[in-house]
Design a protein around this ligand. Structure first.
Ligand SMILES: [Zn+2]
Length: 277
């Protein structure tokens, strides 16, 4: 009996070693929804007034030998049941052809086992599925945490009823950048302006190269080129400063900007179960 459990133990160790080997840094991209915007000028006042545009909603999973990080969680999976989508406001018509839970099942990872929950910010199209990750350590700028759980959540366009479980997550509140796994490969970047504690994600992939995953630093390519500031951003001046700093950061690090809401760019990015490494 002892020998058998010893052998089982060794088998487990070997399995872990193999798993560790197989989990060299990987990045999965998930389809977390579609947004039809009726007047795109809301993202850059005065430009393209009255013109519609389709955006997408994206989520990401980093698999690192020391753990996993989900980056943003999209709309709530319940939206998937509404085949015609819903209109949360006259400006937006949102749909969710795939669930995040279903896409996790496809790659054989259980959301409840994800180590870290990284949220670019608390807007509803980024936090819809936080309830799938009750055990993950929330990594969030302290200003964003305050905007979510302080007395003025509504003032920041946050609705606590849409994230009832999040307060119970373990949390690491940040006042700057965070090297998530301690080896420089995955860094949360403090990039304020869109919201009080907005952040982006910098990932250094051995084969793919360096990526800055935008959060809502910007919503689509043309707006990045003109550095347009959405009418609903928390701090316009800070938003411009942050975009300028981000542009310099991209140059300094030879990094590509992946814009989470950009439909055209995402059409050229492979999605889970495929991955980048
Ligand atoms: Zn967004």
């Amino acid at each position: 009996m002892q020998l058998r459990s010893l052998i089982a133990g060794l088998g487990l160790l070997a399995g872990q070693a193999m798993a560790a080997d197989a989990t060299a840094l990987k990045l999965y991209v998930f389809d977390c929804g579609i947004v039809n915007v009726s007047d795109i000028s809301v993202f850059s006042p005065g430009v393209d007034v009255g013109k519609p545009k389709t955006l997408v909603d994206s989520c990401y999973l980093v698999v690192h030998p020391k753990g996993t990080l989900i980056w943003d969680t999209g709309f709530n999976d319940a939206l998937n049941a509404q085949s015609d989508g819903v209109k949360p406001s006259p400006l937006f018509h949102i749909k969710m052809p795939k669930t995040l839970a279903g896409q996790f099942a496809q790659i054989g990872i259980e959301p409840k086992n994800v180590t870290y929950l990284g949220l670019s910010h608390m807007h509803f199209d980024h936090i819809g599925n936080v309830g799938l990750f009750p055990n993950s350590i929330l990594l969030m700028q302290k200003e964003e945490y305050e905007s979510a759980f302080g007395p003025d959540a509504r003032k920041y366009n946050n609705d606590p009823a849409t994230y009832p479980t999040l307060k119970a997550n373990p949390v690491k509140q940040l006042s700057g950048d965070l090297d998530v796994f301690g080896d420089g490969s995955v860094t949360i970047k403090r990039m304020l302006g869109h919201t009080p504690g907005h952040q982006a994600l910098f990932v250094k992939l051995p084969k793919t190269g360096n990526l800055l995953i935008s959060g809502d630093l910007v919503h689509f390519t043309e707006n990045w080129e003109r550095k347009g500031v959405p009418s609903f951003n928390f701090d316009k001046e800070q938003s411009v400063k942050t975009m300028e700093a981000a542009a310099q950061f991209l140059k300094d690090n030879k990094a590509t900007l992946w814009i989470q809401h950009d439909a055209a760019q995402n059409a050229g990015i492979k999605h889970a179960p495929a991955y980048y490494d």
